[in-house]
Design a protein around this ligand. Sequence first.
Ligand code: FPP
Length: 234
Amino acid sequence: MHVAIIMDGNGRWAARRGLPRTAGHAQGAKAVRRIVEAAARAGIETLTLYAFSCDNWGRPAGEVAALLRLLRRYLLGETRYCAENRVRVNVIGRRDRLSPDLLRAIEFSERTTAKGSRLHLRIAVDYSARHSILQTARRALSGDASGEEMEFLRLMDEVNHSTLATEGVDLLIRTGGEKRLSDFLLWECAYAELYFTDCLWPDFDANGLDQALHDYAGRQRRFGRLPDAVDAAL
Ligand code: FPP
């Protein structure tokens, strides 16, 4: 099962406490640790987290720097835990605008956890689904790619620096009360079930994830076909 999460609400969590937005992001990073543990326990195979979008560069420089610092610290601090718990880390997104420090942390984390097979943790950094689809289409047109969907997906993995084959998202969770996709995994979410919660990301915990999984278990996925019962009766 592939679960993807738009971790929204850090800023509001901080504002409600009279704290700077960066304190919300720091608290959000703690929630990431909780949810990674909970996801592994729940048997989720792939977890993709939206940490920093291409559009996030438009935030104030101080907030951007704090977010990227936090990411680097997270990668350096959590790699050991991930390796010990068979969590394979992969940072997806653009790499051409990240600092050498952050790139080194990404490479270190991916290398050290490469054998992890319990949970694939994908962290989207400088990520834009539209950008990745556009780049993939450009590559497909310029090379001798067959034009088949599998080949397109392989190119998309290259563009995204994905060390694992692109797979469809089964469940997309967005915290923080907004109901939009914000340029996240647009291709992969073609048949995703969507789950929105008002809970702000720093407050999201294992119970929140369980609720989302419970809700998902009650959905009937048809992928454009008829429900099984109807299908069989025809
Ligand atoms: C959206 O909340 C959240 C982000 C733009 C950043 C998400 C980052 C983290 C959860 C922490 C770092 C991540 C990792 C993987 C260590 P917002 O700031 O837009 O909140 P608001 O809508 O309340 O203003």
